[in-house]
Design a protein around this ligand. Structure first.
Ligand code: GDP
Ligand code: MG
Length: 257
């Protein structure tokens, strides 16, 4: 039944010309029923121009072009909004650099029959990362422990970007209010889904570092995640206190009348 869900796979691109062609064919092989939306930021290497040609030939390929590099978070927000407007039921997000294996798509979709958000997880069964330098692995793993402990969200891979959403969850995320960009975008979206009581499943994946093109990770993206994590938790605590305060005011009002 889950195979019949109208499915969209969103992938943000900045200079992924050496990867996008292979990615599109591999996705179409494993999930011929799915549509793909590429959100390109005017990549100087012609990624957008290539996808434009493909979208004219293949009805399952769609493109949103933005005038300049604006970050992964806003690219996904744009894609999520487009998915909701076009009434997709299942929405998968994945990187375009082939680090996220398209062969896992059926697995992620299968879990969507029992869960609302499925996370392709590098850290649920040991550590499944191939070809990363040890320094990057340590950074990613510790960032995930930090995010898990501070936010209280019981997920081992909070910064990963291979996720499958039911449309209702995205519709309730309040997309315009999401401000984070890089890894913290991934943390913030899962944090919001968890706090709204949605059912989350971590499904093991093997993450393989890109062989073509360059990573766009920067120090700024890491610092953003470091301060965003406590900020998310504090704003949640503030919301709880605000609720208690309003409730006690309501109670006092009723007692006096
Ligand atoms: N549209 C868009 N895509 C981006 C941007 N930054 C990164 N990406 C894409 O996001 C995905 C993940 O980025 P990547 O550099 O591989 O991050 P890493 O895996 O953490 O090193 C890739 O598909 C990138 O092309 C951006 O500013 N705009
Ligand atoms: Mg990558």
């Amino acid at each position: 039944m889950i195979q019949q869900l109208k499915t969209l796979i969103i992938t943000p691109t900045y200079n992924e010309r050496d990867n996008i062609e292979v990615l599109l064919s591999r996705i179409h092989e494993v999930a011929p029923q799915a549509h793909v939306l590429v959100v390109d930021d005017n990549s100087p290497d012609g990624t957008g121009a290539y996808v434009k040609e493909r979208s004219a030939e293949d009805g399952w390929v769609h493109l949103i072009e933005r005038p300049e590099k604006q970050g992964l978070g806003t690219a996904y927000c744009r894609g999520f909004t487009w998915a909701l407007e076009n009434e997709y039921d299942a929405i998968i997000q994945m990187d375009a650099d082939l680090s996220h294996d398209p062969d896992q798509i059926p697995d992620l979709l299968r879990h969507l029959s029992d869960y609302d958000l499925v996370i392709g997880s590098r850290y649920i069964q040991g550590v499944n990362v191939v070809n990363w330098p040890l320094s990057r692995l340590v950074l990613s793993w510790s960032a995930n422990i930090y995010a898990k402990v501070i936010t209280g969200v019981p997920v081992w891979d909070l910064t990963g970007g291979y996720k499958c959403w039911r449309r209702e969850v995205l519709a309730n995320l309040d997309i315009p209010s999401i401000k984070s960009e890089g890894y913290s975008f991934q943390i913030e979206t899962t944090f919001r889904a968890y706090n709204q009581g949605y059912r989350i499943k971590e499904s093991p994946i093997v993450f393989v570092d890109r062989t073509e093109g360059a990573s766009k990770m920067s120090k700024g993206i890491i610092y953003e995640a470091v301060w965003m994590v406590p900020r998310l938790r504090l704003s949640q605590i503030a919301r709880v206190f605000r609720r208690i305060w309003f409730k006690s005011k309501e109670f006092k009002g009723k007692a006096e009348s």
